[in-house]
Design a protein around this ligand. Sequence first.
Ligand code: UT7
Length: 335
Amino acid sequence: MSTAVIAGIGSWLPPRQVSNDELTSYLDTTDEWIRSRTGIRSRHWIDPGTSTTDLAVRAGRRALAAAGDTGVDALVVATTTPDRPCPATAPEVAWRLGLGHIAAFDVSAVCTGFLYGLATAAGLIAGGMAHRVLLIGADAFSTIVDPKDRTTAVIFADGAGAMVLRAGDPDEPGAVRRCELGSDGELSDLIEIPAGGSRQRSSGELASPADHYFRMRGRDVYRYAVTRTVEAATAALDTAGWLPSDVDRFIPHQANVRITEAVSDRLAIPAERTLSNIDQVGNTAAASIPLLLADAAAHGRLRPGHRVLLAAFGGGLTWGATTLLWPDVISRTDD
Ligand code: UT7
């Protein structure tokens, strides 16, 4: 049985940068509140005419180039902001990347999407259904948050990160270990878009325009985010046979700098080993982990041989974690 091994990584951020000051010009918020409560100083938003597919294609192209442009036989796109409710984003991304008539589908696990996608891609390889898989985490949350809702508009942002996985051996650097995944659907209404799905339509009532926006009960989510991320990360460390002190680089989903500090504190991972880019990119949901991986690898904060812990938490509720040894691969964050 083959193991999925990382062969290359890439990312793309839309050029438009939105500072906290820009948001304070029309929202009842302050730069101080946003920085102190979330760690965010700036984020990237797409312009009208751009969509999640565009983000995914650009990041995917960079990851494919980083992996030597040798093609893939499956594409998995993790996203909560597909271009349309139907069909999935991935087939169009595959077509635009010129990947041929390969298997292509979306995975929906909100901010845990990249780790659910990683488990799915690794499963395709382990099951012999694919030899090389392109996995993309792409989200354009600026298109689903209510621009007038200060509790979400200041946090969420746009971007895409992509990774090529190839069939290899479990002992190789870059081999993806078991992903520890979980969910709790009893809490599904803590993070939701109420309208647009079958529940609203089957009720026979028209949704209000506000119900089409993304909502998050942040304070409630916060509590579960720390506990569940610590549990998943602990399970992943146990699977790897690592102590927290063995972790060279902790790459958590970038939801809130206070959450990632609390998680690394509880896990007893030294703060300097916990990487962050939330100050520049905000919360980019499924793109968060691959954006941070690509950025850190391109700029030497993540180096071959580093023992890496990945962990995420998000709507669903969902959570996940895994470990790997960072391989000697190319990371492309520009063309
Ligand atoms: O991505 C994966 C899933 N998401 C998460 O894991 C996010 C988890 N939650 C969080 O990160 C935090 O709960 C938030 C950043 C969303 C909010 O931070 P908080 O410290 O939990 O603030 P809060 O919701 O308890 O609100 C505190 C106060 C409230 O005012 P009162 O009731 O104390 O008078 C809010 O109305 O801050 C107010 N507030 C704001 N004030 C200025 C909320 N948003 C803003 C804002 N600017 N943008």
